[in-house]
Design a binder for this molecule. Structure first.
Ligand code: GDP
Ligand code: MG
Length: 187
């Protein structure tokens, strides 16, 4: 095989290069649902009890718009906001910043995370997409952060914004991760 040439398999022609990788870092205060969202995306299941101090990186082979991609998800476990960010800032192709709609403090923490990552990635090529995520919409009765507040914060920083719940349908969670891959591909 020669580099740059396509490999011929009977009828179809398959590009020789490996599937691309997309490194996604999940940020947000403790309890906002980062691990629940990560596990839901990877296993389609909602795990209600997850070690709050466990930080790990997971890998999943996905197909987005008929193109394979290895999605790596770093599920962070910061104790007090953005500290020691070096471990993920240069690794990330994209950030998902999570708060819980029933917790105003978690929303305030998001602002710090957005500032940190946008300050870092400013002027970097390619640009690193940031997605703001309001989690736990199933807790509507206890809502402390309006959808308008979430949308306003996102637009101040030019981020995409979604509201979701890690304990509702898998497809809406998968959709968000796939949108992140699409944003990274656009850069
Ligand atoms: P992390 O610290 O950000 O990783 O948060 P976890 O994923 O560990 O979730 C913290 C708590 O919130 C756990 O008790 C989860 O069961 C719960 N949780 C996570 N996502 C949701 C959600 O969408 N809805 C509800 N009702 N609870 C959630
Ligand atoms: Mg966690």
């Amino acid at each position: 095989l020669m580099f740059g040439k396509a490999r011929t398999c009977n009828i179809v022609t398959v590009p020789e290069h490996e599937p691309s990788e997309c490194n996604i870092v999940i940020l947000g205060s403790m309890g906002s649902g980062k691990s629940a969202l990560t596990v839901k995306f990877l296993t389609k299941r909602f795990i209600s009890e997850y070690d709050p101090n466990l930080e790990d990186t997971y890998s999943s082979e996905e197909v987005v718009d008929q193109q394979p991609v290895i999605v790596k998800v770093m599920d962070t476990a910061d104790q007090d906001g953005p500290v020691n960010c070096e471990r993920y800032l240069s690794w990330a192709n994209a950030f998902i910043i999570v708060y819980s709609i029933d917790n105003r403090n978690s929303f305030q923490a998001c602002q710090q995370y957005i500032e940190t990552v946008t300050l870092y990635s400013k002027g970097l090529q390619p640009d690193t997409p940031v997605i703001l995520l309001g989690n736990k919409v199933d807790m509507e009765r206890y809502r402390q952060v309006s959808k308008a507040d979430g949308a306003a914060l996102a637009s101040r920083f030019g981020c995409r914004f979604f509201e979701v719940s890690a304990c509702l349908d898998f497809l809406s969670i998968q959709h968000i991760f796939h949108e992140v891959v699409r944003e990274v591909r656009r850069e």
